[in-house]
Design a protein around this ligand. Structure first.
Ligand code: C2E
Ligand code: MG
Ligand code: MG
Ligand code: MG
Length: 289
């Protein structure tokens, strides 16, 4: 006979499954609703120059408000939107919105928009990008598209063709989350990415005493140099990491140390704030006597 403990365990498991399914249905309804009503938001996280800490561009990050307050993380709702066949519509909305926002910023600042591999499935991605640029009047060189390497594992030839078409529009292309995939090196030479973004997982909790990680980071940076690509390090959470990644030769730094992703209305006030210096600012020369 089964012990009561086992029975309870089975019941709890089944209830857990039901909860999970209900939770999933609620999220699907939320995503459908937001897609139908353009109720997503975009937040913008500054990416700063490793040379002087000045903001160079902002990464646009999707946000979905939960009815009870707070946000559902994109790591949860983006895959759901992909499954529901809604990511292309949402992605086009994000492109438009981000270009509109950036068109109101100082000329020197760019915006980066994340793309889902699913958006490469159809033929209208290039058109969505071109029309977001045309509608906003944003110069193409101010827009960067971030893709993940998962994209290049499948349909490589047609994807490379689409990327080439985007390049011809004049936007730049960044390889996001570099180093986390299965084939990071296998494709890098096949397409002239403008930029590599080193994944946050290399940097989380990392301090100078971890020699192995330092070697890997240095190798990624010099790989970028060799291939004529700029390098952004994401996930910089403290001044020590900022100084180390600057010293390793990264061009750009991004992370909570500089700023969390900001609602659109907070971008202008952020630009007025005195900039956060890097960990070990070069000292001003002593005053002339
Ligand atoms: P990602 O493109 O790699 O974006 C960077 C993520 O790291 C963001 O998470 C950002 O908030 C977080 N982050 C930045 N600095 C730090 C830091 O110092 N510490 C920590 N712990 N985290 C940091 P978020 O906004 O939750 O986005 C997660 C992922 O969702 C993104 O990763 C991207 O893959 C996806 N995503 C976001 N917006 C979009 C979008 O518009 N379209 C698509 N297709 N995917 C998106
Ligand atoms: Mg990104
Ligand atoms: Mg990233
Ligand atoms: Mg990432």
């Amino acid at each position: 006979a089964q012990s009561p403990g086992v029975r309870n365990h089975v019941c709890r498991f089944e209830l857990g499954m039901e909860d999970e399914i209900r939770h999933r249905r609620e999220l699907e309804a939320l995503v459908r609703d937001a897609a139908a009503n353009d109720a997503f938001e975009l937040h913008y996280q500054p990416v700063v120059s490793a040379r002087d800490g000045a903001p160079v561009y902002f990464e646009a990050l999707l946000r979905l408000r939960r009815p009870g307050g707070g946000y559902v993380p994109p790591a949860i709702f983006v895959p759901i939107a992909e499954d529901l066949g809604l990511i292309t519509k949402i992605g086009a909305w994000a492109l438009n919105r981000a270009c509109q926002a950036a068109a109101g910023w100082p000329e020197a600042l760019g915006v980066a928009v994340n793309l889902s591999p699913v958006q490469f499935g159809g033929t209208d991605l290039n058109q969505a990008v071109a029309s977001a640029l045309a509608a906003s009047g944003l110069a193409p060189r101010r827009l960067e598209l971030e893709i993940t390497e998962g994209l290049l594992l499948k349909h490589t030839e047609s994807v490379l063709h689409q990327l080439q078409g985007l390049r011809e529009i004049g936007v730049s292309i960044a390889m996001d989350d570099f180093g986390t995939g299965y084939s990071s090196l296998g494709y890098l030479w096949r397409f002239p990415f403008d930029k590599i973004k080193i994944d946050r997982s290399f940097i989380v909790g990392w301090e100078a005493n971890d020699r192995h990680v330092a070697h890997i980071l240095r190798t990624i940076v010099s790989l970028g140099r060799t291939l004529n690509m700029l390098v952004t390090a994401e996930g910089i959470e403290n001044a020590g990491q900022a100084a180390l990644l600057r010293d390793l030769g990264c061009d750009f730094l991004q992370g909570f140390h500089f700023s969390r992703p900001l609602p659109e209305v907070e971008v202008a006030p952020y630009l007025l704030r005195p900039r956060l210096s890097l960990a070990e600012p070069r000292r001003a020369p002593p005053p002339l006597q």
